[in-house]
Design a protein around this ligand. Structure first.
Ligand SMILES: Nc1nc2c(ncn2[C@@H]2O[C@H](COP(=O)(O)OP(=O)(O)OP(=O)(O)O)[C@@H](O)[C@H]2O)c(=O)[nH]1
Length: 192
């Protein structure tokens, strides 16, 4: 590869205990831990290749959100793309996705953000509360990508981050194509 490594920032959000850290740990380390350790905040770096170009991605693991959490500016400013995680075993965590998504949209003043909605813990079929079709519909309604994963069995884990990068680059291209728009018509914050 020639030239400078491109940097992208991805924030992983969702309710407590849905498996955000497990997803990131499986992706960056190839590891799964059964015990639950609540996250305060951590950043992991891993390179991801998209269409033959290598990107150095900072993946931000956040403490779980609830409907009362206020979106921190550090989870909105300078972030290129989002991974919003619910557990397929928790209807409440699924309801949180629209709430968190709306908070991000509101904070950024944009109509759309590069985003992948993830249904985690798909290995726990007997405890399933959210059907795949419901996840897919939520993603369609919000123009997001969607996937179900198991960090435990390493199913679709790397796809989450590849999809997120693809969404980021799709959005970047659209921005480049519409760059002729007069500045006064442009809205809110931009991808940095
Ligand atoms: N069976 C199964 N369990 C999982 C999976 N992913 C995570 N878990 C378990 O779910 C619990 C919570 O996982 P974490 O990754 O710590 O969840 P988190 O979303 O980072 O939690 P917070 O830091 O509180 O926001 C842990 O006990 C994990 O072992 C999965 O794919 N399958």
């Amino acid at each position: 590869m020639t030239g400078t490594l491109r940097k992208r920032k991805i924030a992983v959000l969702g309710s407590r205990s849905v498996g955000k850290s497990s997803l990131i740990l499986q992706f960056t380390d190839g590891n799964f831990v059964e015990n639950y350790y609540p996250t305060i905040e951590s950043v992991f770096t891993k390179s991801i290749t998209h269409n033959g170009t290598e990107f150095s991605c900072d993946i931000i693991d956040t403490a779980g959100q609830d409907e009362y959490s206020i979106l921190s500016s550090k989870h909105a400013i300078g972030i290129h793309g989002y991974v919003l995680v619910y557990s397929t075993t928790s209807r409440n965590s699924f309801k949180m996705i629209q709430i968190v998504y709306d908070k991000i949209i509101d904070f950024c003043g944009r109509q759309k953000i590069p985003c992948v909605i993830v249904g985690s813990k798909m290995d726990l079929q007997a405890s399933r509360q959210v059907q795949a079709a419901e996840g897919q519909k939520l993603a369609e309604d919000n123009h997001c990508a969607w996937i179900e994963t198991s960090a435990k069995e390493d199913i679709n884990v790397s796809k989450v981050f590849e999809l997120c990068l693809a969404e980021i680059e799709k959005e970047n291209q659209q921005h480049t194509q519409t760059d002729v728009t007069p500045a006064k018509n442009k809205q809110g914050c931009c991808i940095m």
